[in-house]
Ligand binder design. Structure first.
Ligand code: 0A1
Ligand code: ZN
Length: 849
């Protein structure tokens, strides 16, 4: 926190640092409130870019500083220091003092559950010592850790250790944001991996002793699968003798890719059948892969500045999505990713927080670790791959690794590699990085004399600071089906580059049914007048699994809108369509469970808003409940059968096939619970031998307003397991009836094990409140006020998590005048909090406009 007026940083102002760092030696003398950090850094002037010697530094006490062994008195401000230095290579030495145990912001060096750990991305290293804390300054680190702990870790390879000390050396030059240190009473779950060139690598997952040791096996196997996959698919080998992962309870994000020493939020690495759901297992595997893949896309090639964040994040998310698809089903993974993008990224892109995948300015970079940078960033890579083809894509990646290994690179570098490798001009494609907002693609068609024409028009609505939009390159994967469902034209990628553009298919006997945007080939909103009969036809016959699912999703959305706006009865075409899919044993169970799920209430609100209707969250909630009941009634005969058929016998396994079966059984259970008063859910809860089914039983009961006893039993059973207790907190709030949501959240904050300093616990309660759409938007405004008040309290403790959670208010422009006023009032009160952090201040300012 700083009193100075927050400064906006601009991409256009980028300038290299005036000095080059050759190496840095750090010694840590660990102590809870008074850790000493001694640094010795070799600098030399960057003759191409001369300038001031400025080192970042925040919340640290300078004890002494020397230049070439001579004591100096630098000028220290709240942001760093400047000092007179010679015009030749020199050695900078400094000793500083920091207080890890009072560091509740969880940036820099802090304590969690008695252990020391670090989080330096994006700008946390400046809270550890004075240093050029910018990603384009890369250096070789040698670290000595002194402290009375059995485990003392840092990046790179271990060099030497003794009683109470250890030394580490990382031979790969890296920016400070990849620095890490961990110390504590930890135990290792060890293993090893032999790389493709035959090098043996020691692997460890470190946890606190107690109940976590038996939750490491899955993560370890996932790590090995990731290492092998990156060799097989991208030809990337690991490059140190050791790879360590540490599980930490207090962590702002999911995990962090520090070189050779990944630090994980314990919720993203620890897993066991009894305590973790299928969704947890899938997420853990994806995050382990993601962090591991960063070793090449992020660490060996890093970002020149933080505006280039999508360079590492978009590509690494794309790679982890490919990996997850390879472990199970590509179709199911694509649908899941599209759901995430359409429900959350489209919301961001359509509201006051919209920003380009590569932003051009920021006040606090931590506010730009967004779904747009990550997920839309990954979609851009996917479009590039679709446009150039698989072979050209992997050739370009080979060139990228060859040309930029060891660099701090830019989006321009990345696109240049593709231009050089494929000969394509990517000037227009580059707009995906600079233009915010989701393009709307409108389609009409025309059939004459055997020729079928698709006419497309694209338009992107204005976003904050960007009124004018230009046509983007949109890959539209299209297939054509005959009336009887045969595919007459297989998937073809049409490359749209103009504002309006037509594509013609000749030689067709009859008018085909088009299947457009197959595999969700671009992150756009497709707008098309379609009858429910046509949607039902595609739902039954489309050979592209994404579009088969999407036709049902669009039909469900139409039905929900009709119920909300016209109080209409659910369309039979939809009910018959989902029942047919539910009954179709030839389809993948995981796909079937996705096909019978409905758009979220938040998505319905967005769709109504887009269509010019002010959404009423309570009406949407009731419509959604009504449709779920109608679907359940429509297929009540098969629900018990499906539950029986897809109950997985034998010991629990989290593999995609078993998880898929359970997801279908859970979908059937959810429906049955609406009909049988909770009998099947109570039985499932009582008999479950794994968390997936235990939680499904409990959620079913809570959803129909029952299950108080089971909830208490669950709580008692799991009171010592913090990760399971997070689930209990979250479930209780997310399934509270709309009118009780705020009160339920208040009750949760009064529980003895509610700890607002722990981001997982805070998010469990208040993330669930924001996600309980009708409850959050209850007309009283109680949830808005409550969340605003708690965010104001949290801001003094942890600005980063606070700022992220303010995004719950980003949808305010969608709603009626009364809700708008109440949401804005909550934001204004939060914004007026004295001493508000720069993080939260920026978010509130952007939302209020
Ligand atoms: N780079 C990490 C995520 C991460 C980002 C920021 C953090 O603190 C501000 C922490 C972690 C990843 O993509 O996994
Ligand atoms: Zn990442």
């Amino acid at each position: 926190m700083t009193d100075a007026a927050p400064q906006t940083i601009y991409l256009k102002d980028y300038r290299p640092f005036a000095y080059i760092v050759d190496d840095v030696h750090l010694t840590f003398k660990l102590a809870d409130t008074a850790t000493r950090v001694i640094s010795r850094t070799s600098f030399r002037p960057n003759t191409d870019f001369p300038g001031e010697f400025f080192l970042h530094g925040q919340d640290i006490k300078l004890i002494s500083a020397k230049v070439d062994g001579v004591e100096v008195s630098p000028k220290v401000t709240s942001e760093g220091l400047t000092c007179d230095v010679p015009d030749k290579p020199f050695v900078w030495e400094a000793e500083v003092e920091i207080s890890p145990s009072t560091n509740t912001a969880l940036e820099g060096l802090y304590m969690s559950g008695g252990m020391y750990c670090t989080q330096c991305e994006a700008e946390g290293f400046r809270k550890i010592t004075f240093y050029p804390d910018r990603p384009d300054v890369m250096s070789v680190f040698t670290v000595r850790v002194e402290g009375d702990y059995p485990v003392l870790l840092s990046n790179g390879n271990p060099v030497a250790s003794g009683n109470g000390w250890a030394e580490w050396h990382d031979p790969w030059p890296k920016p400070a944001y990849l620095f890490a240190l961990v110390a504590g009473n930890l135990v290792a779950h060890p293993s090893s991996f032999t790389t493709m060139s035959g090098k043996d690598v020691d692997l460890n997952i470190y946890v606190r002793p107690g109940s976590d040791e038996d939750k490491c096996a899955f993560g370890m196997e996932a790590l090995k699968r990731s290492m092998k996959w990156d060799e097989d698919v991208y030809g990337r080998e690991y490059d140190l003798d050791i790879f360590n992962i540490v599980a930490v309870d207090d962590f702002n994000m999911g995990a962090m890719e520090n070189k050779g020493l990944n630090v994980f939020n314990s919720s993203c690495v620890l897993a066991s059948p009894e305590t973790s759901t299928d969704a947890n297992f899938e997420r853990i595997e994806a995050i382990i892969a993601h962090e591991y893949f960063h070793n090449w896309t992020g660490n060996r090639i890093t970002c020149r500045d933080w505006f280039q964040l999508c360079l590492k994040e978009g590509l690494t998310v794309f790679r982890d999505q490919q990996y997850t698809g390879d472990q199970g089903s590509h179709a199911v993974k694509r649908i899941e990713d599209a759901i995430t993008l359409r429900s959350r990224q489209f919301r961001e892109d359509g509201g006051p927080l919209a920003h380009p995948v590569r932003p051009e300015s920021f006040i606090e970079i931590n506010n730009f670790y967004t779904i747009t940078v990550y997920e839309k960033g990954a979609e851009i890579i996917g479009m590039l791959k679709r446009l150039v083809g698989d072979t050209e894509y992997y050739n370009a990646l080979d060139l990228y690794f060859k040309r930029h290994d060891g660099d701090a690179a830019t989006i321009e570098d990345w696109l240049q590699v593709f231009e050089d490798s494929t000969g394509r001009d990517l000037t227009q494609f580059k707009r995906w990085y600079s233009q915010a907002g989701t393009p709307r693609v409108t389609v009409t068609d025309d059939f004459r004399d055997g020729s079928y024409t698709l006419n497309f028009a694209q338009e992107t609505p204005p976003t904050p600071g960007q009124d004018e939009k230009h046509a983007q390159v949109i890959p539209l994967a299209v297939g054509l089906l005959s009336e009887n469902g045969d595919e007459v034209v297989p998937t073809t990628v049409l490359e749209m580059t103009e504002s309006t553009q037509s594509f013609t298919f000749d030689g067709l006997a009859t008018k085909p049914v088009p299947s457009i945007l197959r595999d969700f080939s671009a992150p756009v909103i497709l707008q098309r007048q379609q009858t429910s009969a046509e949607r039902a036809f595609l739902m039954a016959h489309d050979t592209d699994p994404f579009n088969k699912w999407d036709a049902g999703d669009a039909l469900a959305m139409d039905v929900l809108k009709q119920i909300v706006t016209k109080d209409a009865a659910p369309d039979a075409a939809y009910l018959d369509g989902v029942a047919a899919i539910m009954r179709d044993d030839s389809l993948d169970p995981a796909f079937r469970s996705l096909a019978v799920s409905q758009p979220s209430e938040s998505e319905v609100a967005q769709a109504l808003h887009d269509a010019g209707t002010t959404p009423d969250p309570l009406a949407i909630y009731h419509a959604s409940e009504a449709l779920k009941l109608a679907v359940a009634q429509h297929m009540q005969d098969i629900l018990p059968l499906i539950m029986a058929q897809y109950t997985v016998d034998g010991p629990y396994s989290p593999d995609a096939k078993s998880a898929g079966k359970r997801s279908l059984a859970r979908a059937a259970l959810g429906m049955l619970t609406r009909l049988d008063g909770g009998a099947a859910a109570a039985k499932t809860f009582a008999e479950a031998d794994n968390m997936t089914m235990q939680l499904a039983g409990l959620a079913g009961l809570r959803m129909i307003g029952k299950g108080e006893d089971q909830s208490q039993a669950f709580r008692k059973q799991w009171r010592d397991d913090r990760l399971v207790m997070d689930k209990w907190f979250g479930l209780t709030v997310s399934l509270a009836a709309p009118e009780n949501a705020a009160q339920t959240a208040i009750m949760m904050t009064q529980e003895p094990d509610f700890d607002m300093k722990n981001p997982n616990r805070f998010r469990a309660v208040f993330g669930a409140l924001a996600g309980n759409s009708a409850g959050f938007h209850d007309a009283s405004g109680a949830s808005y006020t409550l969340l605003g008040e708690w965010l104001a309290k949290l801001d003094a403790i942890n600005p980063q998590t606070t700022a992220r959670m303010t995004a719950a208010f980003e949808t305010w422009p969608r709603y009626d005048a009364d809700r708008q006023a109440k949401m804005r009032a909550a934001l204004e009160t939060l914004g007026a909090t004295s001493g508000l952090s720069r993080d939260t201040g920026e978010m509130v300012g952007r939302m209020l406009g």
